[in-house]
Ligand binder design. Structure first.
Ligand SMILES: [Fe+2]
Length: 285
C-alpha cells in the first residue's frame, strides 16, 4: 500500500515541460503539464528573464527549469485565486525575489503584499518586445484575468478550456457571475484576434493534449467546436453553468484560504488537500 501511495504521489506531482513556441522578440513559451491532476503552468523565457503564470505547488521544478535556461524568474502571475490547487506563485516569488501579481478583485482577503494585476499594466520579460498584456475576463472568479503573450497566445486561466468553459461557482457566486462569464466568452474574447492560440490553466481529459503533448487550440476553432461557446440562448447558458455542475473540488474552501495566506498547511496536508481531479470546468466530461 505504501508503495502504491508513493507511486500515486509522484504521479500526481509530476510536471512535464513542453515547448509551446518561440516568441517574436527572441525567447520561448513553455507549458508545464501536471498530467495526474490536469493542471497547467506556463513560463515565458526571454533574454535571461522568465515570467511564470499559474505556478503550481512544485516550485522547485520551475526554478530548476528556469536555471537550466539561464533565466532569472522576475514575475510570478496568477490568473485568479485558485480553488482547486495550491498556488506556488507566492512561494516562487519569495524564493527568487520575483514580483507576485494577483488580480485585486480576487485579493480582498489576502494576508500578504502583492502587485495589482490589472488591464493596462503590461509586464515585459527580457527584451521589451515580449509583452504580457492582462485582459480582465471575469466569470470564473470576479477577478479572473487572461494574458495575451507576445500578441500571439491567449492564456485563459479557468475561463475557457479546450472542450469546456469555467464554472462560476467556486467562490459561491454562481448567480452573480454568470453574466460576467457570458460577457467574457461571448463578447470580450470575440473582440480579440481569432488567431490567438488559447492556453488554459486546466484540461479535463488526456485527449485534450495535441500530438506534441500540449494543451492548445486556436480561438476560432474553439468558437466552432467548444459546446460552451455555442449556446446562443442566454437562458440555456445560465442553466448550464449554474445547474448540474460537477461536485466542487476536494477541500476547495481550505485551498482558497491557503491561497489567501490565511492557512499554512504542511506539505503533507497540502498534498492531501489536492487529492482528486481539478473540476474547474462546467462539464466534467
Ligand atoms: Fe480556478
Amino acid at each position: 500500500m505504501h508503495y502504491l501511495e508513493g507511486g500515486m504521489k509522484s504521479w500526481s506531482e509530476h510536471l512535464e515541460p513542453v515547448k509551446v513556441g518561440d516568441l517574436n522578440g527572441g525567447g520561448t513559451l513553455y507549458q508545464f503539464v501536471r498530467i495526474g491532476k490536469g493542471c497547467l503552468s506556463y513560463m515565458a523565457v526571454s533574454n535571461g528573464e522568465a515570467a511564470v503564470i499559474d505556478a503550481l505547488r512544485m516550485t522547485e521544478v520551475l526554478e530548476r527549469f528556469a536555471k537550466a535556461q539561464g533565466a532569472h524568474i522576475k514575475h510570478a502571475l496568477d490568473t485568479h485565486l485558485h480553488a482547486d490547487h495550491i498556488s506556488g506563485g507566492r512561494r516562487l516569488a519569495a524564493q527568487t525575489g520575483a514580483t507576485y501579481w494577483l488580480p485585486p478583485k480576487d485579493a480582498d482577503e489576502v494576508t500578504f503584499d502583492y502587485e495589482r494585476l490589472e488591464e493596462g499594466r503590461d509586464i515585459t520579460v527580457g527584451s521589451t518586445t515580449i509583452r504580457i498584456q492582462p485582459v480582465y475576463s471575469p466569470g470564473h472568479t470576479i477577478g479572473s484575468t487572461s494574458f495575451i503573450v507576445d500578441d500571439r497566445y491567449l492564456l485563459t486561466g479557468d475561463i475557457l478550456f479546450i472542450d469546456s468553459i469555467g464554472r462560476p461557482d467556486l467562490a459561491g457566486k454562481a448567480d452573480d457571475w454568470v453574466s460576467d462569464l457570458r460577457e467574457t466568452l461571448y463578447r470580450r474574447y470575440k473582440s480579440l484576434s481569432q488567431d490567438l492560440l488559447v492556453l488554459p490553466a486546466h484540461f479535463g481529459k488526456i485527449t485534450e493534449l495535441d500530438e506534441g503533448g500540449r494543451v492548445m487550440a486556436k480561438l476560432s476553432d474553439l468558437y466552432r467546436n467548444n459546446p460552451g461557446l455555442n449556446m446562443k440562448e442566454e437562458a440555456l447558458f445560465r442553466r448550464t453553468v449554474t445547474e448540474n455542475l460537477p461536485p466542487q473540488p476536494n477541500a476547495y474552501q481550505e485551498i482558497r484560504q491557503t491561497n489567501m495566506g490565511k492557512m499554512t498547511p504542511s506539505e503533507d496536508e497540502q498534498r492531501e488537500m489536492e487529492i482528486g481531479p481539478n473540476r474547474c470546468a462546467v462539464h466534467d466530461r
